[in-house]
Design a protein around this ligand. Structure first.
Ligand code: BGC
Length: 463
């Protein structure tokens, strides 16, 4: 079995790795901004184009259709042309889509623009963590990859704030158009960033891989790491069959399972519908609803920072399990609060507190851990493809939840809906407890060799 090949003391880390991470994480920022911005913009778009309810839903959710398609096509491209180039393509699509929607003169044009933005989101959502994971040393990989999740949460908060700031003028074009700024920085920045050293090795570009490793590790002592990557690669057959075969099937199940569970435990009903939920809880005024929504976004962001500090210390599994337990508890409480026919003021506060606890619990576990794990558990030769499969499952499930939330409330009632999410949370906890591996402090090559030797997922973290 391949050993964990970087000696901690050996790793001299300059600030370069942080610069590379920060630039590429702009992909996450755009993911968050472009999914969040629609909630502020839609009010004005509805008026401008006199949208029916169906057309409104179409405009809102078409971005998710684009994301599914972006994730489908992006995986193969990332394996073939490299992670860096694929992120550059995504940045160009982000810029075109943002400017396109900003200038839209018809509904069809608007929907087409949102679709292009969606494709960019679909690509960036997996290519960014993939790229960061492959450039990171294993002992800080959790933190670095989760910069992406932090950037998503920052993008969401910024989109709320800009929506709020521009609401008096109703300038929805500017809301969309502003995304062209980070898109350009991402594209130009990535142009100067190195390619993933692991991808370079997989394309037999050894000299380049060595140069990049020396640059990002800040030392010329990279032989061992390079050898580890090569050895791992030599033992892989990187095709579909291998991914669905008995050795890698557990990894495939973990990725797809977490992808779906991350969404069907309901996070985006809160991210997209927070003001509605606050109104259910008896907080009627628009300003309270906005304030509370920003509050949700800020908690999401702050707790993600806490998670980043803990992922490489306590590990991925404990955070995932604790976070899910918090989500189950808070969803149960939400259901309980809404059970009463007339929510008293006190119960209204219980509902708000539960909502905040729910978001914080997501941010400590499921939020960062899902994207981190899928960037770690797949073999190099098919990492892009495998990640894109999990990402498609994530966006597909996101789409289904967005379409069904309001109908679920109609059919099951508010309590019933939150209790269903709580039940799904219990399934997610059991799934994670029995199937999710611990990848803390393990090199990507070690993780691959663990699957190849037929090891059980839960044995991975054990010395
Ligand atoms: C999820 C998104 C969600 C976001 C909220 C991400 O990890 O994939 O669907 O909107 O977290 O922070």
């Amino acid at each position: 079995m391949i050993k964990n090949h970087i000696n901690r003391q050996q790793v001299h880390r300059g600030s370069f790795i942080y610069i590379v991470t920060a630039i590429s994480a702009l992909g996450g920022l755009l993911f968050g901004y472009d999914t969040g911005v629609i909630s502020g913009a839609i009010l004005f778009i509805k008026k401008r184009f006199m949208l029916s309810a169906t057309l409104e839903e179409f405009v809102v959710s078409f971005v998710l259709v684009g994301a599914v398609i972006g994730a489908v096509v992006g995986g193969r491209l990332a394996d073939r042309f490299g992670r860096r180039r694929v992120i550059i393509v995504a940045s160009a699509l982000f810029a075109c889509g943002s400017l396109g929607t900003a200038l839209a003169l018809s509904v069809a044009w608007l929907v087409a623009g949102r679709f292009v933005v969606g494709v960019a989101i679909g690509i960036a959502s997996f290519a960014t963590p993939l790229y960061i994971s492959e450039i990171s040393p294993e002992d800080i990989r959790g933190k670095l990859v989760s910069f992406n999740q932090l950037a998503i949460t920052i993008g969401i908060v910024v989109s709320y704030l800009i929506g709020y700031a521009l609401s008096s003028s109703g300038n929805w074009r500017l809301m969309f158009g502003l995304a062209a700024i980070p898109s350009s920085i991402l594209g130009i920045g990535m142009f100067f960033m190195p390619s993933s050293p692991r991808w370079l090795v997989s394309r037999a570009m050894m000299d380049k891989a060595r140069t990049v490793l020396e640059q990002i590790r800040g030392t010329s002592d990279v032989d061992e790491e390079l050898r580890g990557i090569q050895e791992g690669l030599a033992q892989q057959s990187g095709n579909w069959k291998a991914l669905a075969g008995p050795l890698l099937r557990p990894a495939l199940i973990v990725g797809i399972g977490l992808a779906v569970l991350q969404q069907i435990t309901g996070i985006n009903t809160v991210i997209y519908y927070a003001p509605t939920i606050f109104q259910f809880a008896g907080f009627q005024s628009a300003s309270t609803a906005i304030l509370a929504t920003v509050g949700v976004g800020v908690i999401n962001m702050v707790i993600t920072i806490v998670a980043m500090q803990l992922l490489d210390r306590v590990g991925r599994r404990p955070l995932l399990l604790i976070g899910l337990a918090g989500m189950i508890f808070s969803l149960g409480m939400l259901g309980f609060a809404f059970q009463l026919p007339n929510l008293s003021k006190a119960m209204g506060w219980v509902a708000v507190g539960s909502l905040m606890l729910y978001v914080g619990s997501f941010a400590i576990g499921m939020g960062p851990v899902f994207w981190l794990l899928i960037s770690e558990i797949y073999p190099l030769k098919i990492r892009g493809l495998a990640m894109s499969i999990a990402t498609v499952a994530n966006w597909g499930a996101n789409f289904i939840v967005a379409l069904t939330f309001l109908s679920m409330i109609k059919i099951l009632g508010r309590s019933g809906t939150f209790w269903v999410y709580a039940l799904v949370g219990i399934v997610a906890w059991l799934f994670s407890y029995f199937l999710v591996p611990e990848t803390r402090g393990r090199s990507l090559e070690y993780i691959e060799s663990h699957w190849r030797s037929g090891g059980h997922p839960r044995q991975m973290g054990k010395k």
